[in-house]
Design a protein around this ligand. Structure first.
Ligand SMILES: NC(=O)c1ccc[n+]([C@@H]2O[C@H](COP(=O)([O-])OP(=O)(O)OC[C@H]3O[C@@H](n4cnc5c(N)ncnc54)[C@H](OP(=O)(O)O)[C@@H]3O)[C@@H](O)[C@H]2O)c1
Length: 138
């Protein structure tokens, strides 16, 4: 299932015959549904994070480039690692083979202090090109 909120999941848990196992939602740095993630994880539901780079809009963000730079990584690497450390399954898309290879090279650990900073970060806005799609207006 995709983009189910907490009430949808609770409804399925209360009235369905099979408990939901996976919920695919929009989740990335600057747009992380922490309450939903907490609820899902407390009910053994895996959260898949679609659009982990904000449909590409996160990649050139200067705040995130500064944090990524302290680890010697790119913003996409930081973005994938952030989601993994939250216990999510990131679903990055890349058409470039170099991007795919780079996005999988995430053998580093984001500190607790930086995770807290990233979870609270509010500096993200979708570009006009991205925000025409309804899924990015939530
Ligand atoms: N369930 C839903 O409602 C829903 C909605 C939207 C999307 N999705 C799924 O989520 C997945 C990904 O979402 P998305 O396509 O919206 O966005 P995304 O993965 O957040 O971003 C993709 C963009 O990031 C760029 N990129 C990737 N790696 C990069 C790198 N290392 N350096 C620079 N740029 C990089 C890609 O460029 P290149 O192509 O040039 O590599 C592409 O433009 C897809 O599988 C999609 O099907 C699900």
């Amino acid at each position: 299932m995709a983009n189910f909120d907490q009430a949808d999941l609770q409804n399925l848990l209360d009235h369905g015959t099979v408990a939901p196992m996976v919920d695919q939602v929009l989740a990335h740095i600057g747009k992380t549904p922490l309450d939903l993630i907490d609820f899902a994880q407390n009910h053994d539901i895996l959260v898949e994070a679609h659009s982990p780079f904000g449909h590409g809009d996160l990649v050139s963000n200067s705040d995130l480039q500064a944090i990524a730079g302290t680890y010697g990584v790119t913003v996409p690497q930081l973005a994938v690692r952030y989601l993994l450390q939250l216990g999510l399954a990131p679903l990055p898309k890349a058409t470039s083979a170099d991007h795919m290879r780079s996005n999988a090279a995430i053998d580093f650990v984001i500190s607790d202090a930086d995770m807290a900073k990233l979870k609270a970060w509010t500096g993200f806005h979708y570009s006009d090109e991205t925000s025409v799609f309804p899924v990015y207006q939530k």
